[in-house]
Design a protein around this ligand. Structure first.
Ligand code: DWN
Length: 395
């Protein structure tokens, strides 16, 4: 297998088997035609890059049926408001800065920049429609050369380009960076937040690996990739979102200074083998142990003739359920707040998705918390319910 970025060798070390589209929640009459692909993970030593071998075509994943809305979590809405303040502080000497967001979803982040020249590029029509309702200048397109041509023609350069939980979704990173360089001013910033490889290793949260997450970045990999393009990773700021993410700050000037915090993070990645193949092998072993533990837990509950439901029909749950062979025979239903998912079935494992409003009434005593990354928010919501065995693959 080849590295997706520089075509050097990339070694497969983890195979999850056949996987459906992680966000492909389906109706009963779609079961027979369900699409599957082999989910294999590899590592490239040269760029310290953690990547999928193959991915379904982006159009199969990001379209009018894409069901993930950033605003489905209050915590995330507040996170993006704070992130917007961080950007405004950085540009306090240039209040008229121009901002573009790649994968702007329902406009949760960009709606904080209505006074600025702002552009959101969002390929999924479902969420783009909500961005328009939010009065955000959203274009329903993929971020590619065709889309940015009009900005190049008008000689518009952005002061900052942002992406949250989207850069790792883009298969061709070389094309992405080349396009960014065409519309980012010199000394401008490319800032993006993604689930962090180090956090995934620490928690063994292997459910972060699915079709949309083609890469799992670390500071070391980002540093190496962007230096090839004359850009400099100047800072990295750990985030609590999505179970542990990293905000990368890349400056369009190779001679920029790097922060003390970044130096520490890079050192830590060496120390913990996040930058090399040893880390991959350790992770693989932990993943296999986790699968065994989870199956034992589920089968033990079922052997007592008890019922189990799920909470939060996340994309992540698709990896856990399919990899661990857990399906509608083990889990009766998954409760969720997303209108599109309700009434449909989980990808590959065909567990019914029910309206979260029914959760209290149904009185389940064993609840698999698939949305473990929103634990605090969910526990606050459900605090009145007592004697529930909340569990996940992480504990
Ligand atoms: O990068 C990505 C991130 C940002 O979001 C995408 N690749 C897809 C998606 O991943 P996910 O589906 O794993 O994200 P979440 O945020 O963990 O999904 C939460 C799910 O749980 C949603 O379906 C909404 C639901 N939910 C709920 O039912 N009750 C969420 C909360 C907070 C709740 O209280």
């Amino acid at each position: 297998m080849k590295c997706r970025i520089d075509k050097s060798k990339c070694k497969i070390f983890l195979r999850f088997g056949k996987m459906p589209i992680a966000n492909g929640f389906l109706k009963k009459n779609q079961f027979k035609k369900e699409y599957f692909f082999e989910l294999n993970v590899g590592f490239n030593k040269k760029l310290s890059l953690f990547q999928l071998e193959k991915n379904p075509s982006p159009k199969k994943m990001f379209n009018e049926n894409y069901p993930f809305y950033t605003a489905s979590s209050k915590f995330m809405v507040s996170h993006f408001e704070k992130f917007s303040l961080w950007v405004k502080k950085y540009f306090s000497n240039n209040k008229k800065f121009k901002i573009l967001e790649i994968g702007s979803n329902d406009g949760t982040f960009l709606k904080n920049f209505k006074k600025n020249y702002h552009v959101g590029i969002e390929p999924s029509k479902s969420v783009h429609k909500d961005a328009i309702k939010n009065n955000v200048n959203s274009e329903n397109k993929f971020f590619n050369y065709k889309t940015i041509k009009k900005y190049i023609k008008k000689k518009i350069k952005f002061d900052i380009i942002v992406g949250s939980n989207v850069i790792c979704h883009i298969p061709d990173q070389n094309a992405l960076i080349n396009n960014i360089l065409k519309i980012l001013r010199n000394n401008g910033l490319f800032v993006f937040e993604e689930p962090y490889l180090g956090s995934m290793y620490e928690k063994v949260s292997y459910d972060q690996i699915y079709d949309e997450h083609i890469y799992m970045f670390s500071a070391t990999s980002i540093k190496k990739i962007y230096e090839k393009y004359g850009m400099k990773l100047i800072d990295a700021i750990p985030q609590k979102t999505h179970g542990g993410s990293m905000r990368y700050i890349v400056k369009n000037n190779i001679n920029s200074k790097i922060s003390k915090r970044l130096k520490k993070i890079l050192f830590n990645e060496k120390l913990k083998n996040i930058d090399n193949f040893k880390g991959c092998i350790k992770f693989k072993k932990e993943v296999e142990k986790s699968k065994k533990r989870l199956r034992e837990k589920i089968l033990s509950i079922k052997s007592k003739k008890q019922k189990i439901c799920g909470y939060g029909a996340t994309s992540k749950s698709t990896t856990i359920l399919n990899y661990c062979n857990i399906n509608f025979k083990h889990i009766d239903c998954i409760f969720d707040t997303t209108p599109f998912k309700i009434g449909r079935y989980s990808p590959g494992t065909h567990i019914p998705i029910l309206n979260h409003k029914l959760f209290k009434k149904k009185n389940y005593k064993n609840v698999f918390l698939f949305a473990w990354n929103h634990k605090q928010e969910i526990m606050k919501k459900e605090k009145k319910l007592k004697n529930i065995n909340w569990f996940s693959h992480l504990n």
